[in-house]
Design a protein around this ligand. Structure first.
Ligand SMILES: Cc1cc2nc3c(=O)[nH]c(=O)nc-3n(C[C@H](O)[C@H](O)[C@H](O)COP(=O)(O)OP(=O)(O)OC[C@H]3O[C@@H](n4cnc5c(N)ncnc54)[C@H](O)[C@@H]3O)c2cc1C
Ligand code: FES
Length: 261
């Protein structure tokens, strides 16, 4: 991992709450895995002082670009919207452990909510390269927040959209949908990000159906390098609860092992 000053190719608002930023990634020599993230300095003047973590949304190896999709939430992301094409953004990474996508899997199930959709998009891109079928359930407050659905469809994913605004995103309804999909498809693995409730549901269902599953966890971060322990979460291994750092040992973990409070 390194600090890079990457040129901004575009940084535009794509819905009422989300922005999309594309950077020239030609200086980056390291391989970037879906599920990994960069810690981004959101403004030149150290306000906010701490960087903010963002998952890789898309990687374009031919064009040598990387993209981020971000929700404008607080001080950092508000300042990030000030960045324009031609500016340089100070980014640190790639960081963390990404997703594992076994070559012998044919069909995978994705379950994402909110910004979790941004984290799983690069995985769909990688699955398309491996000619794997992706079935994605995307959950959000409103259709306006489901802008990444089109990107996933363009990579060949079969997308199911559920929203709070039309009453289709309740855990019970999502459970019924997952059950139908598990019966109709031979699903080899499952992935989730963005919601504790939905992650708990997927954990229960993948245990029941004996399907391996991975989760990308999101925790507030200080250093993103494994030093400050701001980002710890619990995992259960060999009947023992262990504290792990989301920035260093994660953000992707075996869903079976994660203690979801
Ligand atoms: C691995 C990972 C990947 C992510 N990927 C994405 C993504 O692709 N897209 C996306 O939209 N979001 C993503 N997120 C979430 C994103 O990092 C947060 O939404 C972002 O940090 C919000 O920053 P903010 O300043 O706008 O919001 P705030 O709410 O102002 O700040 C974010 C958090 O930083 C902490 N913080 C802020 N200021 C301080 C301070 N002075 N001292 C100590 N702590 C402080 C707070 O605990 C606060 O909750 C990801 C998070 C993680 C961990
Ligand atoms: S953010 Fe500092 S240890 Fe993870």
């Amino acid at each position: 991992m390194h600090i890079y000053q990457l040129e901004v190719l575009s940084n535009v608002q794509v819905s009422s709450r989300y922005w999309h930023m594309k950077l020239d990634a030609s200086p980056i020599r390291e391989k970037i895995e879906p599920g990994q993230f960069f810690n981004i300095k959101c403004a030149d003047d150290d306000s906010p002082f701490l960087r903010r973590p963002f998952s890789i949304y898309q990687i374009n190896k031919q064009e040598k670009t990387i993209e981020f999709l971000y929700l404008v939430k607080g001080q950092g992301t508000i300042r990030l919207t000030d960045v324009s094409a031609g500016d340089r953004v100070d980014i640190f990474g790639p960081l963390g452990v990404g997703f594992t996508l076994n070559d012998d899997w044919d069909t995978v199930l994705l379950l994402a909510r909110g910004v979790g959709i941004a984290t799983l998009a690069a995985l769909v891109q990688e699955a398309a390269v491996k000619h794997m079928k992706c079935i994605a359930i995307l959950s959000a407050r409103s259709y306006d927040d489901l802008l990444a659905a089109q990107t996933l469809k363009e990579f060949g994913a079969e997308v199911y959209e559920v929203t709070d605004e039309d009453g289709t995103s309740d855990v019970d309804k999502v459970q019924q949908l997952i059950e139908q999909l598990l019966i109709a498809n031979d699903i080899n693995a499952a992935f989730t990000c963005g919601s504790r409730r939905l992650s708990r549901l997927l954990q229960n269902m993948t245990r029941m159906y004996n399907i391996p599953a991975q989760i990308a966890l999101e925790e507030n971060m200080g250093c993103a390098m494994g030093v400050c322990y701001a980002c710890v979460c619990d995992i259960q291994e060999d009947n023992e609860i262990k504290s792990v750092r989301v920035c260093k040992e994660g953000p992707v973990f075996d869903l079976e092992k994660v203690v979801l409070a």
